[in-house]
Design a protein around this ligand. Structure first.
Ligand code: GDP
Ligand code: IMO
Ligand code: MG
Length: 419
């Protein structure tokens, strides 16, 4: 029996998951998304082209790879159709290589409106949602009133859609929120027709059958562990389990069938949206990291908040996920920037601690450790790495007790070094 390897982000998302899934895809027969939805923006770069995927797994460009959208995902048919249109120039056999779970929840236009209405009603306590309807759709899943992809072929699909929409409209009226769904509804029903031409099956059977046949599967996470609904900085989180356990519930596999857990992290930290960020750099230093790292959201274009690497947070994420290998991204961005810092521990009311804080307020501060930056020059192998970079890597390995086996030195597929 084969195993499912899981690849996920260990920070607040945007660690570079799309790039690495695309890089590793030739080693796997199946790539499967297990949670999240169009809030994700996974960037792939190759042959001088750059492409952002939101719901379609990042194995889509690799011929011969099967791509699965699992039951844990919330899928927006309108975004799905748009993604397909954006992929047309590449002449890929998407209909042949993409399979969707009948149990994945469906985002309908009023979910998006609700997302905006709920955010507005939160005033100063906004989550900074991507406004893609994620929270309201998972809310309906838990309330057991959601629509699922398998419902598209039900005779009463239109009535069930209408019933769900009516519920949403009642809430929107109560919130006195202005909206007009007409354009979006037309686009939605057009997209539903497109969706009907794709294979929508009970992917849990398919995946388990493939495992029995010894096929290799890579589960592609979205968001990051610090945005997990249970373990992230609640309430400033997303609405799904982003940690490795989410791959079991989001694909229908037993924990016994999880193999390697690849944890991806940036050599520093970023966060989009609200919520605590212990190592955040304000002012010129943060601006410099944002400019050098081109830290602007792949989904919303929002500027990402930037800060130093946070070791206790990284250790927390490796613990929650059972990470077996670390992949460090965007190492090139820290070259030639003078002094690099990382957070080695926190201080809470004068006491040092490594426990990730639920709420990082004025009672907390970070204990920083300084490292020397390395000068930028071309390196094609680990042995050519400058000593300063090797020192940074080995310190992180020592503190997390997990090897860093892949180092990314640029956005392109090729700018990837295995240790
Ligand atoms: P994801 O959501 O985890 O897939 O990450 P995003 O695509 O949202 O954000 C990562 C950004 O960093 C994208 O623009 C990537 O092209 C880029 N990127 C990935 N790895 C590297 C790297 O090693 N160096 C640089 N400079 N950019 C990278
Ligand atoms: P990828 O997969 C970074 C953040 C939002 C917001 C919070 C809740 O590209 O790494 P939501 O729309 O889920 O209700 O927003 O989570 N967020 C992400 N941040 N990368 C993502 O995905 C994100 N998906 C959601 O900014 O703070
Ligand atoms: Mg992203």
């Amino acid at each position: 029996m084969a195993k499912v390897d899981v690849l996920l982000g260990l920070q607040w998302g945007d660690e570079g998951k799309g790039k690495v899934v695309d890089y590793l895809a030739p080693n796997y027969e199946v790539i499967a998304r297990f949670q999240g939805g169009p809030n994700a923006g996974h960037t792939l770069e190759f042959d001088g082209k750059k492409h952002v995927l939101h719901q379609i797994p990042s194995g889509i460009f690799r011929e011969g790879t099967t791509n699965i959208i699992g039951n844990g995902v919330v899928l927006d048919p309108i975004t799905f159709e748009k993604e397909l249109i954006d992929l047309q120039p590449y002449n890929l056999d998407i209909i042949g290589s993409l399979i969707l779970s009948s149990k994945a929840q469906m985002i309908i236009p009023s979910h998006r409106v609700l997302d905006a209405a709920f955010e507005k009603s939160k005033g100063d306590f906004k989550i900074g949602s991507t406004l893609r309807g994620i929270g309201p759709t998972y809310q309906d899943k838990m309330a057991r009133i959601g629509l699922r992809l398998g419902d598209v072929n039900a005779k009463d699909f239109d009535q069930r859609y209408q019933a769900l929409k009516d519920r949403h409209c009642e809430t929107l009226d109560r919130l006195e929120y202005d909206y007009d769904l007409s354009d979006q509804e037309a686009a939605f029903f057009k997209a539903i027709e497109v969706l009907r031409s794709y294979r929508i099956v009970n992917t849990e059977y398919l995946i388990n059958d493939l495992l029995v046949k010894g096929r290799s599967i890579l589960a592609e996470g979205a968001q990051g562990s610090l945005l997990d609904i249970d373990f992230g900085s609640y309430p400033y989180v997303t609405s799904s389990n982003t940690i490795s356990a989410g791959a079991c519930t989001g694909l229908g596999i037993s924990p016994r069938h999880v193999g390697e857990v690849f944890g991806i992290f940036k050599a520093y930290c970023t966060r989009v949206g609200s919520g605590p960020f212990p190592t955040e750099l304000s002012g010129a230093k943060g601006d410099k990291l944002r400019q050098q790292g081109n830290e602007f959201g792949a989904t919303t274009g929002r500027p990402r908040r930037c800060g130093w690497l946070d070791i206790p947070a990284l250790k927390y994420a490796t613990m929650l996920n059972g990470v077996t290998q670390l992949f460090m991204m965007k190492v090139d961005i820290l070259s030639d920037i003078g002094e690099i810092n990382l957070c080695d521990s926190y201080s809470h009311q004068g006491q040092d601690t490594e426990e990730f804080p639920v709420d990082f307020n004025e009672d907390w501060s970070v204990n920083l450790k300084a490292f020397k930056s390395w000068s930028h020059h071309a390196f094609n192998s680990y042995s050519q790495f400058p000593d300063e970079l090797k020192a940074y890597i080995s310190y992180i390995e020592q503190r997390t007790d997990v090897p860093i086996n892949l180092i990314s030195i640029g956005p392109d597929r090729e700018s990837t070094i295995l240790k």
